[in-house]
Design a protein around this ligand. Sequence first.
Ligand code: G3I
Length: 327
Amino acid sequence: VMPLRAAAKAGRRRYGAAVSSELLGKDAGYRDLIRRECDIIVPEWEMKWYNIQKNPDRYDFSGCDKLAAFASENGMELRGHTLVWHLGLPDWAKTRLKEAQGRDVLHTWMNTLMTRYAGVVRSWDVVNEAVEPTDDRPDGLRESDWLAAFGTRYISDSFKMAAEIAPKAELVYNDYGTEHNARWSRDRRVAILRLLERVKGEGGRIDALGLQSHLRLGDPWDPKAFGEFLREVQDMGIKPIVTEMDVRADRASGDASAIDAKVADLYTSYLETVFANSRCDTVVTWGLTDRYTFQRRRYADDRPLPFDDDLNPKKAAAAVARILRDE
Ligand code: G3I
């Protein structure tokens, strides 16, 4: 199978995966696989605020610096994930953000991180997962420390701060659960479209919508409905990009080969739909090999990624290579 990085280049796109510096450091086979297959890497967790600044007076960039160096050495881009997230806050910040200098605390965090990695990060997930329709707010926003501290303008304020700090960066709103055709997904699409409109109305600039794309075999999948959503986003001048894709197979039946085929088919149908209905040029999977998927924390035998536990390409790898290469 053609390396995914090369296939993407042939199709004038980019492909990458979430990685951890710990794994890069201790598994040479995995490191070589990432080098061969990825043009982009994204820190699976090391760039989150709770890891970088456990205490107000100390930063720990060690993991991210290793990832930035690895990216630079291998001609890769590092994605910035993620600045403002309800699960990303260190405990001390949950209090400090709500005090009078709360906005300065946010600005210092964003400025410190964005400035340090300006040379290797081109695209930032500025705000992650800010909608939650089941929180029953009329605006569909998620109840969070961010909302409690700054009110609903925290989202456009974050994008304005990011634009001031890194004017040339691609500023991304990242979220999940829009992909399947179930009531829950449709509610999330409506809430996300309203968020995009709100930020625009409040003067923030969102360049791209990060579709996390955590899909699951067995959930309703309707390329037509999802295609219409993508067109609506693209028509707002916001480019959809795929930021965390995997295809959970925990409910699939059959032997490993049959499951791998079903997973490959959904990678195919989903990415064809994304490319047919938007100017998406970036596909990132949440990990590269089943050996290290975070999905196994929930389901030990899950097989959601393009490469298997032995780092060999699965049918999904061939499927993704074919789609990335197509003009
Ligand atoms: O392995 C380290 C260990 O060395 C360290 O001492 C310990 C102390 O914190 O942490 C261990 O790392 C854990 C890491 O997962 C291992 O991969 C972190 O605690 C744990 O917080 C981290 O969880 C990550 C989670 O986000 C929260 O940050 C998951 O890896 C990661 O897959 C998950 O990713 C999220 C995206 O950011 C947003 N979209 C959903 C996605 C899945 O939940």
